[in-house]
Design a protein around this ligand. Structure first.
Ligand SMILES: C[S@@+](CC[C@H](N)C(=O)[O-])C[C@H]1O[C@@H](n2cnc3c(N)ncnc32)[C@H](O)[C@@H]1O
Length: 284
C-alpha cells in the first residue's frame, strides 16, 4: 500500500486556500485541469520542468529503444517529446489533463507523425488499452500530485493506470526533485512489483552541474535500507534531481487475468524477487 495520507503533502509550492477547511478548492488541485488551464493561460511560455531532454537523454537512450511506443504523461509544453523524435524515437504518445496546453501542442506539432497528443487524466486513461505501451516517462507529474491534495490516492491511481497500459519489462522513468525517502515509499511496495534503479543528477545551472565530480552521473546509486543514499549525499540539497527507472517485472496477481475458479488467489501478491544487485533498490 502507499503511505498513509497524514502529512504527505510536500512543501515547495503554494498550497492555497481551502486546505484545512475541507472545502472544494481549485487552487490546491495540481492533479486537476482547472489549476493547469489557468496556469497555461496566464503563462503560455514553453517551459521544461527540472531537466531538458539533454539532461535525461542518457537514461532514456539507455532504457528505451527507439522503435518503441513511449507514453509521456503530463507532457505540458515541454520540448522533450520533440527532441526525442529528433533523436530517432518513432512513436511518442503525449497526454495531459489541460486542454489549453494540448491545443497549443497540437497546433505546434501539426504534421509531426511520430507524436500524438490527447487530453487524458492519467488516473483514468480510458482511451489507452492495457499492455499497449512499451515505456512511460513522467517528468513532473508525480510531483504535481505530491504537492496537491489527496497525494497518496492520486499517486496510487496513477501508478495503477501506468502499470495497466505498460507491457511487461517496460520501464517507467520518473524524473523528479523527490529524494528516495519521499518517493520510494510509493514505488517500493508489494502492490507494485517494480525493479527500481536510481540515478542522481545535478540540477541544471547549479554549481553541481559545472564543477568537476568524481562520480559518473550515469552510474546508478546504491540505496540504503532506510531509503537514504549514505553520507556522500545530502538529500536536503535542492541541487539534486532524481531519475527512478522502474521496470515492470512481475505482474501482481491483481494484474494477471483471473483464472477460472480462482477467486481465492485474487488480490494476493507474488513473492518478491530475491537478490539485490548493486544500484538496485531493495524491496521490502
Ligand atoms: C509539472 S508539469 C510538467 C510538464 C512537463 N512534463 C515538463 O516536464 O515540463 C505537470 C503537468 O502534468 C499535467 N497534469 C496534472 N494533472 C494531470 C492528470 N491528472 N493527468 C494528466 N496530466 C496531468 C499538467 O497539466 C502539467 O502539464
Amino acid at each position: 500500500m502507499a503511505p498513509k495520507k497524514k502529512g504527505t503533502k510536500e512543501k515547495g509550492k503554494k498550497q492555497g486556500k481551502g486546505a484545512k477547511s475541507g472545502k472544494q478548492s481549485h487552487v490546491l488541485a495540481y492533479g486537476d485541469d482547472t489549476y493547469w488551464n489557468n496556469r497555461y493561460t496566464a503563462n503560455p511560455v514553453v517551459f521544461d520542468w527540472y531537466q531538458k531532454y539533454e539532461g535525461v537523454k542518457a537514461f532514456i537512450n539507455m532504457y528505451i529503444p527507439k522503435a518503441t511506443r513511449v507514453l509521456v504523461i503530463g507532457c505540458g509544453n515541454s520540448t522533450m517529446s520533440e527532441e526525442m523524435v529528433h533523436d530517432g524515437y518513432i512513436e511518442v504518445v503525449n497526454i495531459d489533463i489541460s486542454s489549453v496546453v494540448l491545443e497549443f501542442m497540437v497546433t505546434k506539432y501539426k504534421g509531426v507523425k511520430e507524436m500524438s497528443f490527447s487530453r487524458m487524466d492519467v488516473r483514468e486513461m480510458k482511451n489507452l488499452k492495457e499492455l499497449t505501451i512499451d515505456h512511460v516517462i513522467d517528468k513532473g507529474l508525480f510531483d504535481s500530485f505530491m504537492c496537491g491534495i489527496d497525494a497518496p490516492t492520486n499517486v496510487q491511481l496513477m501508478l495503477t493506470e501506468v502499470r495497466r497500459v505498460m507491457k511487461p519489462k517496460g520501464v517507467y522513468i520518473l524524473v523528479t526533485y523527490g529524494d528516495p525517502r519521499v518517493r520510494l515509499p510509493y514505488l517500493k511496495t508489494l502492490e507494485f512489483q517494480w525493479e527500481i534503479t536510481l540515478y542522481v543528477i545535478p540540477r541544471p545551472s547549479s554549481t553541481k552541474a559545472t564543477e568537476p565530480s568524481s562520480r559518473i552521473f550515469t552510474n546508478p546509486v546504491y540505496v540504503c535500507e532506510d531509503n537514504t543514499l549514505g553520507p556522500q549525499f545530502n538529500l536536503d540539497d535542492f541541487d539534486w534531481h532524481y531519475v527512478y527507472v522502474c521496470t515492470k517485472e512481475l505482474p501482481t496477481t491483481k494484474e494477471l487475468p483471473a483464472k477460472k475458479g480462482d477467486a481465492k488467489g485474487k488480490g494476493k501478491e507474488l513473492p518478491t524477487k530475491k537478490g539485490d544487485a548493486k544500484g538496485k533498490v531493495k524491496k521490502k
